[in-house]
Ligand binder design. Structure first.
Ligand SMILES: [Fe+2]
Ligand SMILES: [Fe+2]
Length: 299
């Protein structure tokens, strides 16, 4: 594969790690509403991921499918197909939790509907044809490449988040988040490489990095607000910023400042996702994740 955007060779790339979906499954019957015990805000923070992220993952998988005919490099094409499989499995797995959340009395429908309407309105193919269709595809790939930078950062955060173990988060939910996080780290190169291969405009990359950052942060906060309003144990007397800061301090959620601090990192002209560190902890987690191991044994 041509890696012309890379500032210097990255050893693991030569190992040609294959991106492939794992056919995981989760059972939610035993999972309590607050799967991080006594932590309503942190629990609802991760519930936003269950509700909103699948919408983006399905749109992203669709855009990448549209891009396949433009990917001349065989190896990158294989990675893109594996990536589509992984994102589809992420979306299926998070959506599998919606019913259980609703059974706990949380009305998930408005969050899903509003996020879906907004994302569809902005990111659908709009029925364009010819050159306009390809240009719009490049715009969307730039958006998804930036979004994938944030998911890789959060994925690594989840792998390192000892606070979630210390808080005794429900093991199945922790495995869902870490399996997803590990695959985000594992496939962090793919969308960026596809965007560079198909288009690679720096102006597009910069514009959509800013939009992705603001859009993700805004969507997360609006959705969190809706979920917290329904949480029977919410600490209504405590201002939100203080609750978020407390959850960050206890290592239960990542700091929202990443939406600002990661922009200069991503916008460095020679940036490539492989410069974000090794894949070791992601690969190690995927080798021990109960869901990933069960999928491996059932394959
Ligand atoms: Fe994902
Ligand atoms: Fe991803």
């Amino acid at each position: 594969m041509s890696r012309t955007t890379r500032s210097k060779p990255q050893p693991y790339v030569e190992e040609a790690h294959t991106i492939k979906p794992r056919n995981v499954s989760f059972q939610w019957e035993e999972v309590p509403l607050h799967y991080i015990p006594d932590e309503p805000l942190a629990t609802q923070f991760w519930n936003v991921m269950h509700l909103v992220i699948p919408i983006g993952e399905r749109l992203m998988a669709g855009a990448l499918s549209e891009a396949l005919p433009f990917i001349a490099d065989e190896r990158l094409r294989e990675e893109a197909i594996g990536f589509i499989g992984q994102e589809t499995m992420h979306a299926d797995s998070h959506e599998g939790y919606h019913e259980h959340l609703a059974a706990h009395g949380i009305d998930v429908e408005p969050v899903v509907r509003n996020a879906s309407l907004m994302l569809q309105k902005i990111l659908s193919d709009h029925g364009l044809k010819g050159r306009a269709k390809k240009e719009w595809l490049a715009e969307r790939l730039a958006f998804y490449a930036a979004a994938e930078h944030f998911t890789a950062v959060v994925g690594q955060w989840l792998l390192d988040a000892e606070g979630l173990d210390e808080a005794q988060m429900h093991p199945m939910m922790l495995d869902l988040l870490r399996w997803h996080g590990a695959e985000e780290v594992e496939h962090r190169d793919v969308l960026f490489d596809v965007f560079q291969h198909v288009d690679g405009s720096y102006a597009r990359r910069a514009r959509w990095a800013l939009l992705a950052s603001a859009g993700l942060l805004g969507t997360w906060l609006v959705s969190l607000n809706h979920l917290m309003a329904q949480d029977p144990s919410r600490r209504w007397w405590k201002p939100w910023p203080l609750q978020i800061a407390g959850a960050v301090r206890r290592g239960l959620v990542p700091s929202l400042t990443i939406f600002a601090t990661e922009i200069p990192v991503y916008l460095k002209p020679g940036f490539h996702p492989s410069s974000m560190g090794t894949l070791d902890s992601a690969i190690r987690y995927l080798a021990t994740s109960p869901a990933a191991r069960a999928a491996e044994q059932g394959a």
